[in-house]
Each structure stands twice: as structure tokens, then as C-alpha cells.
Ligand binder design. Structure first.
Ligand SMILES: [Zn+2]
Length: 301
């Protein structure tokens, strides 16, 4: 006598996750968020997005974290430009935002500077290996990304700080006048504090008040308004709003032409799903990684 290994409803969920993993879309945020309270902002309050915006590395909405990795691992952004007053580079839109942000912070009396911006796969590998040798794997993973999973490799992240200060790259930086200014004004420049305090379970990283990530003004402000405290949560809201929009489109089609729509729907859907996979294959730059941290998902490094 056999017991079903996977209950039907769980099987559905599993398949959904597997499908997400394969198409590289909603992917890891669902895993990271499992066990946390589901957030729901009304879809009409969120900017309209296409699913490719959530899965392409070239999109300002690309989400990478400990469970999503760039593909290819040594991805290099299409265009990187110098950030004024530094020898570092970022994607053009992020460079412009960070330059303005630093200039305005200085005008407001905070002498911050850019400490780190774009980092290549190779540079990230060197950094991670150094942390790993110094602190061991478990702690290294809380403070540094494995190569291929760093936002710095996207060319959209910047570390800001003072030089010659004890607060530099430390949690205390968040309480300094400059750290407070950064948190208060980041969204106006399209930047978010990517690793907020108390959200390590979701983001995978310790609080980093100095690490800002470019998402664009529209999304930085929408994220604030949505109540999402992490980019993972905001990403999930956007994915949910896409799903909701697709559902209401399908519903509207059925209401418009009930008989015809009913006949055509299954076929159209499967055709569409097939096309999505192909499109995602083409565009996919993020792929699912088994979570390698011990968050109860059954895999540890
Ligand atoms: Zn950083």
C-alpha cells in the first residue's frame, strides 16, 4: 500500500516552482519568501511591467540573490561607463543616478564617496575567496556574494561611504548623518537600500546601509509606496500583478465571447506558454540555483 509522495496541491506548487526555475522568471523570490507573510499591494498601484523585465539581467529590475545566479556566470553588462570622480564603472543609467546622488549628498553637507561599483565575476571570486579564507564559508556568505550572484556584477550597485571612518562599511553607517541622508533620499534618485536591517532571512545578507541598488525612480518610489521592505518582496508583487493582469485578460475574453473563448483558451494558453519558454530561453540570464545556504531547504554547503 502506497502513500502519495506529493499531495496533488503540493504537486501543483512544485510544478509551478519547477516551471519557474526552468523559465527563469518568478523563481527564487518565491523560495526565499516561503514562510514569510505574503504581501499584497493592489496591482493597479504598481507600475505595469512585462515578465521579461523581471528576468533579464539587462533590466533594472533584475533580481539576483543567493538563490539566483547570472547565466552565463561571467556575464558582463552591455555598456559600462565611468562614474565621475572615480575610477569605477556602472551601467549608464546607474552611473548618472549615483553621480547626482553623491553630488547632492555633498551639497547637503555629507562628504560621502563611491567605494565600490561594478565588479567583474573574476573580481567577485577573489573577494569571496578572501572572505571565505578569513571568516569561513557560513559568515562569508552573509557578507559577500558568490561570483555570479553579486549585484555589483550587474553594474547597478554602488557602495557608498566615508573614507577613513570607523563607520565605513559597517552597520553603524546607517545611523550617521550621511547614512540617514542616503536612506531618506535614495528613492528620489531611483536607488534602494538593497539589504535593509532585520531582513536577512529574505535578502540573504546582513544589513548594508551603504549598498544602494539602481532600479529607476518609478520603481524605487513604487516600492516605497507598496510597503515592500525588500526588493525580493517588491519583485514578487510585480510578478503577482503580471499574473493578475493575465488572469483578468483571460476572464475578459471569456466574458466577451463565452463559447469561442472557452474553445480556444486551452490551446491558446499552451501555445503561449510554449512561446514564453522559447522567449525566456533567448533572454534568460538568470537561472535557478539550489539554495546553498542552510535555510531549511535541505541543502547546505
Ligand atoms: Zn555592495
Amino acid at each position: 500500500m502506497g502513500f502519495p509522495i506529493i499531495a496533488p496541491q503540493l504537486k501543483g506548487l512544485f510544478n509551478m516552482r519547477l516551471a519557474s526555475a526552468l523559465t527563469g522568471t518568478v523563481l527564487a523570490s518565491a523560495l526565499l519568501l516561503s514562510g514569510t507573510a505574503a504581501l499584497a499591494a493592489p496591482a493597479e498601484d504598481l507600475p505595469a511591467v512585462q515578465s521579461s523585465q523581471l528576468s533579464k539581467a539587462s533590466s533594472p529590475l533584475a533580481l539576483i540573490n543567493p538563490t539566483t545566479k547570472l547565466s552565463p556566470e561571467d556575464y558582463v553588462p552591455g555598456k559600462l561607463v565611468g562614474v565621475a570622480g572615480s575610477s569605477m564603472t556602472l551601467r549608464p543609467e546607474a552611473a548618472e543616478a549615483v553621480e547626482a546622488f553623491i553630488a547632492d549628498a555633498r551639497a547637503a553637507g555629507h562628504s560621502i564617496k563611491l567605494l565600490s561599483a561594478y565588479r567583474s565575476y573574476q573580481r567577485q571570486a577573489v573577494l569571496f575567496n578572501q572572505y571565505q579564507a578569513k571568516y569561513g564559508t557560513a559568515y562569508a556568505e552573509r557578507i559577500s556574494a558568490r561570483p555570479g550572484t553579486s549585484e555589483h556584477q550587474l553594474g547597478l550597485a554602488a557602495d557608498l561611504g566615508y573614507t577613513d571612518s570607523r563607520a565605513e562599511l559597517k552597520a553603524e553607517f546607517g545611523q550617521t548623518p550621511a547614512g540617514l541622508w542616503i536612506a531618506e533620499h535614495a528613492a528620489e534618485y531611483g536607488l534602494i537600500i538593497r539589504y535593509p536591517q532585520g531582513k536577512e532571512e529574505i535578502t540573504g545578507y546582513k544589513y548594508e546601509p551603504w549598498h544602494v541598488r539602481y532600479v529607476g525612480v518609478e520603481h524605487a518610489e513604487a516600492m516605497l509606496a507598496s510597503g515592500a521592505e525588500t526588493f525580493e518582496e517588491y519583485h514578487q508583487m510585480l510578478a503577482a500583478s503580471i499574473a493578475e493582469a493575465e488572469q483578468s485578460e483571460a476572464k475578459a475574453a471569456i466574458e466577451k465571447e463565452p463559447a469561442k473563448a472557452k474553445d480556444e483558451e486551452p490551446q491558446e494558453k499552451s501555445k503561449k506558454a510554449g512561446e514564453d519558454v522559447v522567449v525566456d530561453e533567448d533572454l534568460m540570464v538568470l537561472r535557478f540555483l539550489p539554495p546553498y545556504r542552510d535555510w531549511g531547504f535541505g541543502f547546505t554547503q
